[in-house]
Ligand binder design. Sequence first.
Ligand SMILES: [Fe+2]
Ligand SMILES: [Fe+2]
Length: 281
Amino acid sequence: MPPVENHVATSRLRTGKEYRELHTWIDDADPKIKTERHDITRIFVFGRRFEKQYGQEGLNEYLQHLHDDIAAKFEHLQHDVEKMTGDILAYFGVKKGSALNYTVQQGDIDIMKNAGLTDADLAHCLNVAKKAIEIAQRTGVRLDLELVGRGAFFHDLGKARSHEIDHGKIGAELGIAFGLPKALTDIMEKHIRGGMSEAEAKDLNLPVKNYTLSSLEEKIIIYADRLVDIITDGVVQIESEREAEDRFEEFIRNVPKYYKNQVTYERYLGYHREIQELMKG
Ligand SMILES: [Fe+2]
Ligand SMILES: [Fe+2]
């Protein structure tokens, strides 16, 4: 289930208020009490109480909390079922995720536009999606191309509200409010600095948790993001897109805009080497 902070964040986006007291009450630390407070047969009792205390908006936020929990539970179930069927198919020698291509969908473009993304940021996201899919195809590994394409496209959703380091966190909050899958909001949140440790997040005043990337799909997105920056920023002069890959190490070490610190540098270098190795093979 989403933690209290996620509920607080979505309430803030929807209403401008956090309703922290309400969400903390529902997600009581005692599992037994928590279960009771999520019992949908109690909606009429608890709903009345919240309506009295906070008005119609509070009632809505209580209902929305239950709704978001159920939606998240189903998403987990769906993910588990997909994984299980994938494992079974793999056992019988049938490979899953065998789509050969993916194109960004108009509905997703509309979401980004409605969120208020500028044309320049939208173009960047489209470029990253295109580059990520190209790289995923070149690896020859059977990957979830939809995750690669959509994850890359949505990675900068948060730029609709901020161009600072918090745009990952804000993007994930917006994504949750728009009902996007967790796999996508995770990428939005984790793409800052290419997948930070808890200690780095703390140093940057971001919610303290582990942002480490967990799949090749995510690494390809992060790598594509940096490549697109190198190709389109105009900070370095290159003749072809290929040169961005060939001189990647040099650029991320020597260009201040790309060299954030040693840890980030080594992380990006790791993705570069791992993915280039796959593309060679
Ligand atoms: Fe970004
Ligand atoms: Fe980006």
